[in-house]
Design a protein around this ligand. Structure first.
Ligand code: N01
Length: 551
């Protein structure tokens, strides 16, 4: 990786496209645009590639989609050559993989690091974007492609007294690059989402004490992670093309061999046996035990009861077990967690669970924190408090479309996109895994490849037809937003106060942001729209305009 730490003069340059973000989305998009012979620059505030896997270096960070599936499928050379060390790989290995891909594709010359995009304005006369950065750069590009990720805007709650705490603070999503040593320290962890559930067991092995502050208990399934075996790897590599295609035809981009019958259609004994088998094999595919777990409350209750039973079996102190057993939302409607000995960690003498429901955190003090019920002293506090998910990175970037409208203002009542790929009044701006696409409800690698392939095909079409400007129509956008809400309302998801709903940020509109219709359906819809000449989009300039004028 090139050394990007040196000060540098501001750059003024023109490209076919500016791509914001050097995660997997930005990397693959750059590769594809090069394939079209287009010029592009990837800009990222990080010092290297990897996006979410660059920032989330907290202890225990690993992907909860199997590595053979959470990887690029577009290059057989890459998928055959790379070797995953574990079934569910840890963050350092996923970051190594991102660097391996960047090396293989020689992406480095077209990437600019340690540079934050601070503004982008669409020039309506020239049909191009002017992009400004914190280093004084000005880039002009016909296309602006947002590869900003869905969980890239880390959020520390606005606690009173935050800056007065004298110990060390960490956010899981912006973890230091140097090793953090908790040996002998009293550590407070705020939050019990995926990041907390992965990091708590590892921190507890090192720290003198760990106090976990839980506002909402979460469902978690053991990962049963194991080292990769040669036989398993070979089995995948021999059938990769067909396995990748199979993943694309699933609901969430993960091959989970779902049972296509209701939880209520079998006897309690049979149901229990099915859950037990999935629990033993581990991972998120637990939710594929039956086909109606996300649609039917009574079915969902059976899965939730099973997991609550497991928590109570594992956690020795009945009061702690009771507090850890989620009851406020149907299982799966907040992102299901996958863990390695999370619930077992509460059997350690140095770990204490504090239930925040009766008494929330009131403030941070110089020596710790205070709830309405108790005061705590810590040497370090870990904020596992999540992200301004899906929209934060986009609305904070100062994006201005036509008529002076900003993305921040347009999305004040929730994000509005057409297919999650484009937004009305933001011409020539594409989003990879944007709100309104399956994104976070799917294996992100499958969604990234889908979106990048679609965007690349679209850009080739625009060039072939001399189209100067492409924009989602307001009608198509509103219909898509409405469709998204309708599909979400057929599920149990809106019942949970989740980050999918924007519920983790005070004041954020409660709108279900990802598209829950499933990857396969979404792919079909996107392909159909492209095949029909990009219905729902206004294409102007060049041949497109001439053709329309002649109609
Ligand atoms: O964040 P979260 P995360 N006072 O938002 C609590 C992906 N991911 O970083 O639920 C007290 O889920 C908050 O409480 P509540 C995955 O998609 C994947 O853990 O809002 N507590 C919650 O417990 C995941 O879903 C992987 O009541 C406060 C926690 O902080 C997503 O990233 C690994 C609070 C935040 O949980 C985000 O996960 C890690 C407050 N003021 C992450 N504010 C894998 O692939 C917030 N909380 C394995």
């Amino acid at each position: 990786m090139p050394d990007a730490t040196q000060p540098r003069p501001a750059i003024e340059a023109q490209y076919d496209a500016v791509i914001v973000g050097a995660g997997f989305g930005g990397m693959y998009q750059l590769h594809r645009l090069r394939g079209l012979g287009m010029t592009a620059k990837v800009v990222d505030v990080a010092k290297g590639v990897g996006g979410t896997w660059y920032w989330n270096r907290y202890p225990g960070a690993r992907c909860d989609v199997e590595s053979m599936q959470y990887s690029f499928g577009f290059s057989d050379e890459i998928q055959q050559e790379w070797k995953w060390p574990e079934l569910f790989s840890a963050q350092p290995d996923i970051l190594k993989y991102a660097n391996f891909v960047a090396d293989k594709l020689n992406l480095w010359p077209d990437m600019l690091f340690e540079t934050r995009v601070e503004g982008a304005k669409f020039d309506e006369a020239a049909n191009q974007w002017t992009v400004r950065t914190n280093r004084g750069d000005t880039f002009v590009a016909k296309f602006l492609i947002m590869a900003t990720g869905c969980l890239s805007s880390a959020r520390v709650p606005d606690f009173k007294g935050l800056s007065g705490f004298k110990g060390k603070t960490y956010h899981t999503g912006a973890w230091p690059h140097e090793p953090v040593d908790f040996t002998g320290l009293r550590v407070g962890v705020i939050g019990t989402g995926s990041s907390a559930i992965q990091s708590i067991p590892v921190i507890a092995e090192q720290a003198a004490s760990v106090t976990v502050f839980q506002r909402t208990p979460n469902f978690s399934i053991p990962s049963r992670n194991v080292p990769m075996t040669e036989a398993y790897e070979r089995q995948w590599k021999e059938k990769y093309p067909e396995m990748r295609e199979m993943a694309r035809q699933t609901r969430n981009g993960v091959i989970a061999y779902p049972n296509d019958f209701s939880a209520l259609s079998v006897s309690p004994e049979e149901r229990h046996a099915i859950y037990e088998k999935r629990w033993e094999s581990g991972g998120t595919t637990f939710m594929a035990s039956f086909n109606d777990l996300i649609f039917d409350q009574a079915s969902n209750d059976t899965a939730a009861d099973f997991v609550r039973g497991k928590i109570k079996d594992i956690v020795k102190d009945p009061a702690t077990a009771e507090l850890l057993a989620p009851t406020s939302h149907p299982i799966g409607t907040k992102r299901i967690c996958v863990d390695t000995r999370y619930f077992e960690t509460y059997n350690r003498p140095n770990v204490r669970l504090v239930d925040l429901r009766p008494a929330l955190i009131e403030e941070l003090t110089p020596t710790g924190l205070k709830t309405a019920a108790e005061e705590f002293e810590f040497d370090a506090i870990v904020f596992a408090t999540g992200f301004d998910a899906m929209t934060g990175a986009l609305t904070n970037m100062g994006v201005e479309g036509t008529g002076g409208v900003t993305l921040e203002a347009e999305w004040r009542d929730g994000p509005r996109t057409y297919l999650g790929l484009m937004a009305a009044q933001f011409p020539n701006m594409f989003m990879i895994t944007g709100p309104g696409s399956p994104s976070v409800l799917s294996n992100m690698m499958v969604s990234i490849e889908q979106d990048v392939n679609w965007i690349t095909g679209c850009m080739a079409h625009l060039r072939a037809n001399g189209v100067a400007r492409m924009e989602a129509t307001r009608e198509a956008q509103e219909a898509w937003v409405l469709h998204g809400i309708e599909v979400a309302n057929k599920t149990l998801y809106p019942k949970a106060a989740s980050w999918y709903m924007g519920a983790n940020i005070p004041g954020k509109p409660r709108v279900f942001m990802p598209y829950i219709g499933g990857i396969a359906t979404y792919r079909e819809k996107c392909a159909e729209i492209a095949a029909n000449g990009y219905t729902g989009f206004a294409l102007t300039g060049g041949i497109a305009q001439v053709a329309r004028a002649a109609e």
